[in-house]
Write a protein that binds this ligand. Structure first.
Ligand SMILES: [Zn+2]
Length: 373
């Protein structure tokens, strides 16, 4: 079904406002249909009129045909087509970069607290990993003794647990300090992304150094001899780079995501709205471009799905807001060289963004995700 949809949708007029083939008389009729729909103030009727007048066929490719992707080439081609019809844009909200002195002081405090918090959380995750490995080792020995054969499954499992647990510990090492910095910075109304990232990175580095200083005083007899004498260069690099990348990524994402009303000096509330199908996302992107909020709301009534994810940010004081429509596509397919394994790919981007006046915020808030319809 999706494969058929894939061939059909390419004939649909792109959502870029060009309708070269529509005869003039039909366009006039469409516009009068839309005008009458707008006069009804009904989101569903308005959205239907907009989709019809722009040739957006909502029934085709409910999820953009992502389930029909069978290999990497098809995935690349599909992403190219999606981005042509729904080009990536920047959010209308960009952080002002303001850094109140109180926010700087609070972020430095957060960074200081983040050093022991990061080191402790990394040690805790590493401890849990070591415990799991010890238990698996005991099972491994018990099975080998009982059956008098070498079974490699527990050994493979142990290697996977060490790899995943080690990675989780390294990520916690960076994320926890960054969360301390970001959450205290938020208390001080920080909107400066760069300072948030730098303080988080320094805090994560501090957390790594704390454990590095503690290591010589630990009992490391359990480690293999080669590791006891000194860590290889690639492991030292990994121990530094992963926490730093995790800290910078967390601080960047969290600071940009926290949108702020500069007029009222408060952070906005974030509400995910009803998710959309591919056609629904194209309809909403068009409606956002034209600031047609009835059609934006109507798209969520007539074209639900899971690839278009609208996010509404509202100021709790003045009730104005902004709306970002994020596209989220993912697909998996069998690897040609190893048919028993799947290859996965995913891509997200903002396809439309606009400011929303308080009156329209009221309309859109009724469509929050998970509401009883
Ligand atoms: Zn406000």
């Amino acid at each position: 079904m999706s494969a058929e949809g894939a061939s059909e949708v390419t004939t649909v007029t792109p959502a870029d406002g060009k309708h070269a083939s529509a005869p003039l008389a039909k366009r006039d009729a469409d516009q009068s249909l839309r005008a009458s729909a707008l006069s009804t103030s009904d989101p569903e009727t308005t959205a239907k009129a907009v989709s019809e007048s722009h040739g957006i066929v909502l029934a085709h490719e409910p999820n953009g045909g992502q389930s029909s992707v069978r290999n990497r080439d098809q995935w690349n081609e599909a992403v190219r087509r999606w981005k042509k019809e729904l080009p990536p844009v920047q959010s209308v909200y960009q952080p002002s970069g303001r850094l109140p002195p109180k926010a700087l002081a609070l972020m430095i405090l957060g960074g200081s607290l983040g050093i022991p918090a990061g080191a402790a959380s990394a040690a805790a995750v590493a401890g849990i990993t070591a415990l799991l490995v010890y238990l698996l080792g005991a099972v491994f020995v018990a099975i080998a003794e009982a059956l008098d054969v070498f079974v490699c499954c527990p050994l493979v499992l142990m290697i996977i647990v060490v790899a995943l647990g080690g990675l989780a510990a390294l990520i916690a090492w960076g994320c926890v300090p960054a969360m301390c910095v970001v959450s205290l910075g938020r208390q001080g109304k920080n909107r400066n992304v760069g300072v948030s990232v730098v303080v988080s990175a320094m805090s994560a580095l501090g957390a790594v150094l704390v454990l590095a200083l503690l290591v010589p005083s630990l009992d490391l007899d359990f480690l293999p001899g080669s590791l006891r004498d000194g860590l290889p260069w690639w492991l030292i690099l990994l121990l530094l780079i992963v926490p730093l990348v995790a800290a910078c990524g967390t601080a960047l994402g969290e600071t940009v995501e926290a949108k702020f009303c500069e007029t009222c000096e408060v952070f906005m509330d974030k509400k995910p709205l009803v998710e959309l199908s591919y056609g629904g996302a194209r309809l909403m992107a068009l409606a956002i471009k034209e600031a047609d909020f009835l059609a934006v709301a109507g798209a969520m009534e007539i074209a639900k799905g899971n690839v278009g994810r609208p996010l509404l940010f509202t100021c709790p004081e003045c009730h104005s807001g902004c709306l970002d429509l994020t596209m989220a596509f993912s697909a998996s397919w069998q690897r040609p060289d190893k048919p028993e394994q799947n290859e996965e790919a995913s891509e997200t981007w903002i396809a439309a963004s606009c400011s929303v006046p308080p009156k329209s915020v009221e309309v859109l808030r009724r469509f929050r995700k998970g509401r009883a319809s």
